[in-house]
Design a protein around this ligand. Structure first.
Ligand code: COA
Length: 187
């Protein structure tokens, strides 16, 4: 699996030594409030890293799991992934350690992973899903050009701080043609 770069970030395959940095966000309630998984115990974080390392070695890879590292100090600040869901389609996702929210890193890695999917993997359609209350996540989807295709009522477990059992889910997507128009408009 190759390493990707943005202006401020390196997206690289996971390594066993990433445990502490990954567990720092994956075990924190505030960080995983809207995730379907977590908070992780140590064995769950280790299992995630082992699985990500194994998936990186698959050929063809079915789930590209990237550790997100700051170029400035090589610190691991989060993760993003692109999971192939059918021949020409994939779903993307992301998480950043809470100390790094609201600095544009989510948008930066989201843009790069879309580019990876369309221009390097030749995909036709890329989707993303999140809790309908997860403003940070769906704003990243919108900032990178994805369209909201639907809201699925009570389709996922409610966020971790809610008294409710179920939460609503937004579904976003972007087609390769739409992405190409966006690239042209940036030239
Ligand atoms: C979702 C996430 C990766 C966004 O990353 P980010 O680097 O903070 O995003 P950006 O800085 O590019 O900001 C995008 C927008 O989201 C907003 N935002 C980001 N994090 C936010 C948060 N925790 N709460 C409220 N707004 C947030 C930003 O202010 C910005 O809003 P704007 O477009 O109105 O200006 C990050 O918030 C995160 O890791 N959240 C926890 C994990 C998670 O929920 N992942 C998604 C699961 S589907």
């Amino acid at each position: 699996m190759k390493t990707l770069e943005t202006e401020r970030l390196i997206l690289r395959p996971f390594e066993e030594t990433d445990f502490e940095a990954v567990h720092a966000y994956a075990s924190a309630a505030e960080n995983i409030q809207y995730m379907v998984w977590g908070p992780n115990d140590e064995s769950q974080t280790k299992a995630f890293i082992s699985q990500a390392i194994a998936q990186a070695k698959e050929n063809p890879c079915s789930n590209y799991q990237f550790a997100v590292v700051l170029k400035s100090n090589r610190r691991l600040i989060g993760a993003c992934n692109l999971a192939i869901s059918s021949n020409d389609e994939a779903e993307i996702g992301w998480i950043l350690h809470r100390d790094y929210w609201k600095q544009g890193f989510g948008t930066e890695m989201g843009k790069r992973i879309l580019e990876f999917g369309f221009s390097e993997l030749g995909l036709h359609r890329i989707t993303a899903h999140c809790d309908a209350e997860n403003y940070g996540s769906y704003r990243v989807m919108e900032r990178i050009g994805m369209r909201r295709e639907g809201c699925f009522l009570e389709a996922r477990p409610a966020n971790k701080y809610s008294d409710k059992k179920y939460g609503d889910e937004y579904s976003y997507a972007i087609l390769k043609d739409e992405w190409e128009v966006l690239q042209d408009s940036l030239l």
